[in-house]
Structures are given as C-alpha cells and as structure tokens.
Ligand binder design. Structure first.
Ligand code: SF4
Length: 407
C-alpha cells in the first residue's frame, strides 16, 4: 500500500534503499534529503513556497514559524465552524501550535483527516464531561519534588520542560504543557529532583519527559541527563518524546553525538497514525537507530483517528520497518475536554484481539488503562484462559479453537 499525504509523498521506500540511506544520513545535507525523497515537496503548501531548504530543515526555524492563529491556519486549511470556534477559544494552556512540517501532512479539505484532528482544536474541547478530570492520573499528588513524579517502586518521571513542538489536542498533561510559562526546568528544581533520586536507592530508571525534552537545546538536555546519570544507582534513562514525529528536523548530528555519550539511553516515541511515519520522520528514526539507541512507541487510542484494527496494524507494521518496537497503546485518559477522542475500552480490547496471532508478536503492544486516581497502568486485553482447575487449563487460541494444557 502506498501512503500519500495530500501534499507530501510518504510512500514506500524500495527494498535496500533504507539500508543505504541509513549509512549516510548522518551527514545528509538538506539537498541530499530532498534528492532521497525524505523532505517531500513542502513548497506545494502556498504558505511555504518561498522557504529555502536550509531554512525548512532548521528546527529553530520550524519552531519560530509554527502556526498559532486563526488567520495563519486559514491559509492552510478550509476550516469548519467547529474548528473556527475551537481555535478562537484555545488561548492560554495548550493553545494551538502546529509546525510547518505537520501542515504538509494534513489534508486541507478533509476535517476528518487524522493528522489534522490531532492538531486543530475543536469546540468540543470546551465541553466537559462528568467523569473527566484536570489531572486524571493524579500525577500532582505523587510528586515529591517539583517536576518529579514517583509512583512505581523503582522508577520516576522527570518533567523537564513544559514546551512541545506541537500541542496534541488529546494531551493528558494539558494542565502543565504550553507556551506561556517558563521553558526548561530551572537549576534549583533539577537539583532538588536529583537529590530526591540520589536519596532513594531503589530508583534505577528515570524517564525524562515533559512537555517534550527534545524541545530543550542540546546543552540544556545534556545537563539534565548528565546529572541524572551521575547518580550511581540509576541504571539507565529514557526520553519520552513526540518530536521525531512532529518535528523530525530536531534530530541533528549534534543531538545524536550528545545522546550517544549516555548509553544506555532509550527513547519512547508517541505515534498515533501510520501517516505520521513519513519519509522525513523515517530519516530521523534511522539516525537514532543507527546510533544504537533503542526505540519504542507509545500510542493513544483515539476515536476516528486510530480506532480501527487495520489502522493500528498498519501503524505497528510501519514502526517495525523503521526499527521502533511497539510498546504501549493507552486508553485515552479522562482528561477534561477530550470526550470526543475517547472510545469504549472494548474497542482497545478488540484491536489487540485482531493483532495477537494474526501478525508478528513484535507488532503487538500492551493495551493499558492508566487508572484514574493514580493506580498506574493496568494491562487490559482479551482473555485466552477459559478455565483452570487442579492443574488443568482450558485455553483458546487466536482463532477461537479450544485446547487443554495439563501441568
Ligand atoms: S507531545 Fe505529549 S506532552 Fe506534548 S502536547 Fe503532545 S501529548 Fe502532550
């Protein structure tokens, strides 16, 4: 199947092409990326037609030229009344911010475009349901120091910045992320977080997230990683990011060189739809994978975006092709203003039912509900154990056939 963005060819890369790309992408100039079909024809979007390739490839330029206003987005999309009202209301926290790159993936004529729906606010964001919360996973309650969440025994979450390249409309941390606040974690807060980790010897795994840690400059991010890695009982760090998807230009040679110094370092990347795995995104993922950085994915189950088994299967297959191991599918958290994104839990279970056994085990992530109130991630899925009694287990396989296993 060839995937074709309206303005941006994200089609199949031929057999062998990926491997040869991988060998030399680290030194690829914008011109080389264009020649290899990685950048795509962004000039077909009228707003960017005069932008030189060097500028287009500069991640700072992409950030400085994000779309924030109704006026600017009207030059890219034909807006619906629901979108217009949503954009007008979405000031302050989680205000609209869309990278120029992301606009090349959106369908200007289709309000149901899965790429567009994740970035453009709708008026439904301002309708709150009875079972929705500001902080559904109670992260603030489990915060022993500013910017630190400690829920599970041997690992912590460090919120390194409040900024993201793009603000996803389904964001669980919408109470925290946004533009109108200070950017990087300040030195005092970082010291306090590091002191807490140092004094808790059980902590062996630190997830640096945000916001998005790849919004920090290399030196700012390095300072955080260096400080955390210098704690003897921290075995490894993870970065949680969506930047390789929303702003792949941020994956630069200098960033890679810095990250390589801190192995073992894992990266979890937030992907929601197969169309996000564009050629430009693949080029960035190749750089990360070639540097020996293990990559995993996290996906939020979203109504009308990825709630069909065939879409999820396609996404998981695309990820494996670019050396990203599918890790989690999350039930969309009951955060205020996201009811229009949420599906019944049965939809997620059915997706796993349609994956398990029907495709490679590597393509089957764990579907979890992050328990409201701070219970943590709880795996949910189809049951294959029908009954058990006195060492006898009655099981069903993926096709529904019944088998008995006797211990
Ligand atoms: S990148 Fe993550 S933290 Fe940032 S808006 Fe999207 S979901 Fe929220």
């Amino acid at each position: 199947m060839i995937l074709q963005g309206k303005y941006f060819n994200i089609g199949k890369i031929k057999e062998g092409q990926l491997a040869s790309q991988a060998q030399t992408l680290e030194h690829a100039s914008p011109q080389t990326l264009v020649r290899r079909g990685c950048i795509g024809d962004y000039r077909k979007v009228a707003l960017w037609k005069d932008v030189p390739e060097e500028q287009w490839e500069d991640w700072h330029w992409q950030i400085d030229n994000r779309i924030h206003s109704l006026e600017a987005i009207s030059k890219v999309l034909i807006l619906t009344p629901e979108e217009e009202e949503g954009i007008k209301k979405s000031n302050g926290r989680l205000s609209m911010a869309i990278t120029p790159y992301w606009t090349t993936l959106m369908d200007p004529d289709d309000p149901e475009c899965p790429i567009r729906r994740q970035a453009v606010p709708l008026k439904q964001e301002f309708q709150f349901g009875a079972n929705e919360f500001v902080d559904p996973c109670a992260e603030d309650r489990d915060s022993p120091a500013s910017g630190l969440v400690h829920r599970y025994p041997d690992r912590v979450l460090l919120l390194s910045t409040e900024k993201c390249a793009m603000y996803c409309r389904h964001c669980t941390r919408r109470r925290l992320v946004g533009e109108k606040v200070s950017h990087a974690m300040n030195a005092k807060a970082l010291d306090a977080a590091a002191d807490y980790i140092r004094s808790n010897k059980k902590i062996r795994d630190v997830l640096i997230s945000g916001g998005d840690p790849l919004m920090l400059e290399d030196s700012e991010l390095e300072e955080i990683i260096r400080k955390i890695k210098s704690i003897p009982h921290v075995e490894f760090v993870r970065l949680g990011t969506r930047v390789p998807v929303t702003l792949p230009h941020r994956i630069t040679e200098s960033l890679i060189a810095m990250l390589k110094k801190y192995s073992p370092l894992w990266i979890s990347i937030h992907f929601n739809h197969p169309r996000e795995v564009s050629r430009r995104c693949k080029a960035a993922l190749d750089m990360l994978a070639d540097a020996g950085i293990p990559l995993g994915s996290q996906t939020v189950l979203l109504k009308g975006i990825n709630d069909k088994p065939y879409i999820m299967r396609k996404l998981m297959h695309e990820l494996l092709k670019v050396r990203v191991r599918p890790y989690y599918i999350y039930q969309c958290d009951p955060v205020k203003g996201t009811a229009h994104f949420r599906t019944p839990v049965a939809v997620g279970i059915n997706i796993i039912e349609k994956l398990r056994g029907f495709t490679s085990g590597y393509a089957v992530p764990t579907y979890v509900v992050d328990a409201p109130g701070g219970g943590g991630k709880i795996p949910v899925g189809p049951s294959y154990l029908i009954s058990q009694d006195k060492g006898k287990h009655v099981l069903r396989n993926y096709k529904g056939k019944i088998y008995t296993y006797v211990e």
